[in-house]
Design a protein around this ligand. Structure first.
Ligand SMILES: Nc1nc2c(ncn2[C@@H]2O[C@H](COP(=O)(O)OP(=O)(O)OP(=O)(O)O)[C@@H](O)[C@H]2O)c(=O)[nH]1
Ligand SMILES: [Zn+2]
Length: 351
């Protein structure tokens, strides 16, 4: 196969690089990560691969290991070996829930994160804001999608509520995930070379929307879920799905259970931060302090009470999460605080 053909094939699965690697190395995208190794796709075939030894070294920052979405250079063999990870254009990550403090990479090289919420009982603006804060800083663009438009009597009110809460300019689309005409509005995020992930709680309609985008029945949906009818997880694989519109969808069950990392910026609430800078006291608690710009904005209606409450909730959640992570890390280091190098232990303890 010619280089031009290879490049064309890789572009189809989201590669944005210019030159193919030299020295007999090939390129493919990581579509799944298992305990036993990786699954790669080169735009034509899926195949298993192992990471080269240097990726397994203890003490290596987990962020440097190959992750779903990565374009990797590999060497053919039995099995093929991943030798290098190409620079990433975006990284979605969260705090790992495990023993040690680690940032877990959920997916890389994602252009759009489609945050899907049903306009039914699933509808929860606070949860949408949490997703958005997870995406903040990743390099990917969030898009808010509301499914089950066909079932919702109060869709307009819910849309208005949501738009009032979200930052201006945040794309929001209400769709019927079962209807190709309704879903067509998403083509702008799924153009050739684009990579998107679909996140949202179980039953929100991720598989349904994926099927409509694919134009075929590729994934098991809740409709064929069988006896319990409660919408338990049915999607058991991760995959890279090239779409007819030219983009591709990466399916990452890892994002389903959302956890804040304690590291996110609260950039979503930049307007509130700007307000707080106008408070008379730099350490204003925005309660009953004199000259509090936040309270003044609440009084004048410039800041809505809902938005202020979500800000406080998100901030508390983030602080709690950060404290948990810090406690974990401290336990792991034998009780020493975070930034204390081993050699300074005795002198610091006398302080
Ligand atoms: N009427 C209507 N039903 C929908 C829509 N989207 C999803 N559904 C239904 O909602 C149920 C759950 O949809 P799924 O696509 O399985 O949800 P999911 O997010 O993939 O769920 P998990 O696989 O558990 O994560 C199914 O019965 C779908 O048919 C929609 O836009 N309109
Ligand atoms: Zn204040």
């Amino acid at each position: 196969m010619s280089d031009a053909e290879t490049i064309e094939r890789l572009r189809r699965i989201g590669w944005r690089g210019q030159a193919l690697p030299a020295g007999g190395r090939r390129l493919a995208r990581v579509v799944a990560q298992h305990r036993a190794g990786y699954e790669l796709n080169d735009g034509k075939h899926g195949f298993g691969a192992q990471p080269a030894g240097h990726f397994l070294k203890r003490g290596l920052d987990p962020a440097e290991r190959p992750a779903v979405g990565d374009f990797v250079e590999y060497e053919d063999g039995r099995p093929p070996h991943i030798l290098a990870v190409q620079p990433r254009r975006s990284v979605l990550s969260r705090a790992a829930a495990g023993e040690r403090y680690e940032r877990q990479t959920i997916a890389t090289n994602i252009d759009y994160v489609l945050v899907l919420t049903g306009l039914d009982g699933d509808f929860n603006p606070a949860r949408i804001e949490r997703y958005l804060s997870l995406i903040e800083g990743s390099g990917a663009q969030p898009v808010v999608l509301l499914s089950k438009l066909d079932l919702a009597a109060d869709a307009d009110a819910r849309l208005a509520e949501l738009r009032a809460r979200l930052p201006a300019g945040m794309p929001v689309h209400a769709i019927n995930g079962k209807d190709p005409a309704s879903v067509a509005v998403l083509a702008q995020y799924l153009q050739p070379g684009d990579s998107a992930v679909l996140v949202g709680s179980s039953g929100a309609g991720k598989s349904t929307l994926t099927n409509t985008l694919l134009g075929e029945q590729r994934m098991a949906t809740g409709a064929v879920r069988g006896h319990d009818g409660r919408g338990r997880h049915t999607t058991t694989h991760r995959a890279l799905l090239p779409l007819p519109s030219g983009g591709c969808l990466i399916d990452t069950p890892g994002m389903r259970e959302l956890k804040l990392t304690g590291e996110e910026d609260l950039d979503l609430f930049a307007d509130i931060d700007a307000l707080a800078e106008r408070c008379r006291f730099a350490d204003c608690g925005h309660g009953s302090e004199p000259g509090c710009a936040v309270q003044a904005a609440l009084d004048s209606g410039e800041l809505s009470p809902e938005r202020w409450r979500s800000y406080l909730k998100l901030r508390d959640e983030r602080e709690e999460q950060a404290a948990t992570l810090e406690a974990k890390l401290r336990r792991q280091r034998g009780g020493r605080p975070l930034d204390r190098p081993h050699g300074h232990r005795h002198s610091r303890e006398r302080e």
